[in-house]
Design a protein. Structure first.
Length: 359
């Protein structure tokens, strides 16, 4: 090898050594590579995307005799008890007209829960509907906690059928009344997500861009997951037309300092973050989290009250937060970096393996 090549290699190694020293030994330069962000005051909505089964109390009214049908009330209208919903004019014969088709399966499923009407009056108040699907007798608020997820899927996975518009046979449905007042949303989630719900708390669900207030009626662990039941007393457009609602539920809206969850460090005693001070040092400060969702969280600002009733000084607005604390940061508060934990575990495994071989 020529002297020129030896000299070039020596220069390269020298420059490489200088770079390493500069990057890892000089804090001011190393700081350039750090990822930080500024803690700012804001609001965080904790949301849950759900597919929920709608449970409401419904009464199916069937004609006492074959009749000509004249609808008097528009679908979706709220009526009082004893109101005339349809006009039924008795007629001879029992044949079905072209607009009614067969309701045999639906009538059989509704069974004894069907209410017979001679003149088309309702015995109760509620919203008028002119469609039935046979789930009315089983999918009720009285039975909702007895039904399984499979029951819900079976009862809601069916096509509704419009009631006769002009003629009906004896025993055929002519209208339905949906009870005005409390109705429920039932859905299933995993246990970790279910832990965010608490019975009696209020939240909002979004329907067609409108936020509707709901209350957590029941939270119950079912098998490997959690069943959540929300109660609602508001009516919304399309409520009578569906049994499954795809919606966004806002569990909580919290205000405070917005943090990234990967900034959080949990010691044996507390949760905190590292703040970069004016001279570039990383200072650990405890925080109290109000709410978290989707990789972000909200923490109290300046000061908070801990579980023992003590005031704790915490981060403030415009503090510079370390986005991903380094191994050195973690060691400074007594936490072993994951890499060291893995090496320690590998070492223990190797030791156990050698012990087994010796035996």
């Amino acid at each position: 090898m020529s002297k020129k090549w030896i000299a070039a290699i020596a220069i390269y190694l020298g420059l490489l050594t200088v770079c390493i020293v500069v990057l890892y030994a000089v804090p001011s330069v190393r700081g350039i590579l750090e990822k930080t962000y500024i803690a700012e005051y804001g609001e965080l909505d904790v949301k849950d995307e759900v597919s929920a089964f709608i449970v409401r109390d419904e009464s199916v009214y069937v004609a006492k005799q074959s009749s000509d049908v004249n609808r008097l009330i528009e679908e979706g209208k709220l009526v009082k008890a004893a109101s005339a919903v349809v006009e039924l004019t008795p007629r001879e014969g029992d044949e079905s007209s072209a607009d009614s088709g067969s309701y045999e399966d639906i009538v059989k499923e509704v069974g004894a829960a069907a209410k017979e009407t001679e003149k088309g009056y309702t015995a109760e108040s509620g919203y008028v509907s002119y469609s039935v699907d046979g789930a009315e007798a089983a999918l009720t608020t009285e039975m909702m906690e007895e039904l399984t997820k499979e029951d819900y899927e079976s009862l809601t996975d069916r096509r509704s059928k419009g009631t006769p518009k002009s003629r009906c046979k004896r025993g055929e449905p002519v209208f339905k009344i949906v009870k005005n007042g409390g109705w429920f949303l039932v859905y299933y989630t995993d246990k970790e997500n279910g832990a965010r719900y608490s019975e009696g708390s209020y939240m909002y669900m979004n329907v067609a861009g409108e936020d509707i207030r709901v209350q957590v009626y029941r939270v119950e662990e079912i098998g490997e997951g959690t069943r959540v039941i929300l109660e609602c007393k508001s009516f919304f457009e399309g409520f009578l037309d569906t049994r499954v609602l795809e919606t966004t539920v806002t569990l909580k809206s919290a205000e405070g300092l917005i943090l990234q969850e990967d900034s959080l460090v949990e010691t044996e005693d507390q949760i905190g973050v590292f703040v970069k001070n004016k001279i570039g040092e990383h200072v650990f400060k405890p925080v109290q989290i109000i709410a978290s969702d989707d990789g972000k969280c909200v923490a109290y600002s300046d000061i908070y009250l801990d579980a023992d009733g003590n005031f704790v000084e915490t981060i403030g607005t415009y503090d510079e937060i370390i986005a991903n604390p380094s191994d050195e940061d973690l060691k400074s508060v007594g936490i072993k970096p994951e890499k060291e934990n893995e090496e320690s575990k590998d070492s223990e495994d190797d030791k156990e393996s050698k012990d087994d071989d010796n035996q």
